[in-house]
Design a binder for this molecule. Structure first.
Ligand code: HEC
Length: 117
C-alpha cells in the first residue's frame, strides 16, 4: 500500500514538471517581447499585445508564418536576428533603421517574433 502510494505520488510529480516549467525558447520569447517594447519596434509596427495601428512598417501579426523577411531573406531565426541589427547593410536606405541590439537581444526578439502566427 505504501509502495503504491509513493509510486502514484512520483508519477504525479514527474507529470507535473513539463506543464509548469517553461522551456528555453519560451523564456527567450518572453525576454524578446519586453525588448521589442523597449527597442521601439512597436512605434513603427503593429505587434500583438504591444501596439495597434502603427503603420510605418508592415504589421508583424503573423510574421512567424512568413516565408521571407522583408521579401528578401528566408525567415529563419538567424536571418531575423541579422535583419534587426544589419537592416541598413542588408537594404541600404530602408525606412527601417538598424538597431543597436546585442546579438543575444536580437536572438530573443527573433524568438518572440517566431511566436506571432
Ligand atoms: C522607424 C520605423 C521602424 C522601426 C523603429 C522598426 N521597424 Fe521594422 N520595419 C520598418 C519598415 C518600414 C519595414 C519594411 C522594410 C522593407 O520591407 O524593406 C520593416 C520591416 C520589418 C520586418 C520585416 C517584415 C515583413 O513583413 O517581412 C520585421 C520582422 C521588422 N521590421 C521587425 C522590427 C523589429 C523587431 C523592430 C525593433 C527592434 C523594428 N522592426 C523596428 C520600420 C521600422
Amino acid at each position: 500500500m505504501t509502495f503504491a502510494w509513493r509510486s502514484a505520488m512520483a508519477i504525479v510529480a514527474v507529470s507535473a514538471l513539463p506543464a509548469t516549467a517553461p522551456d528555453a525558447t519560451q523564456v527567450a520569447a518572453a525576454r524578446g517581447r519586453d525588448l521589442a517594447k523597449s527597442a521601439g519596434c512597436a512605434g513603427c509596427h503593429t505587434i500583438p499585445g504591444l501596439s495597434r495601428g502603427a503603420n510605418v512598417g508592415p504589421p508583424l501579426t503573423t510574421i512567424g508564418q512568413r516565408v521571407y523577411i522583408a521579401g528578401l531573406l528566408p525567415n529563419t531565426p538567424a536571418n531575423m536576428a541579422r535583419w534587426l541589427t544589419e537592416t541598413q547593410k542588408i537594404r541600404p536606405g530602408d525606412a527601417m533603421p538598424s538597431t543597436a541590439l546585442e546579438p543575444e537581444q536580437a536572438a530573443d526578439i527573433a524568438a518572440f517574433l517566431a511566436t506571432l502566427r
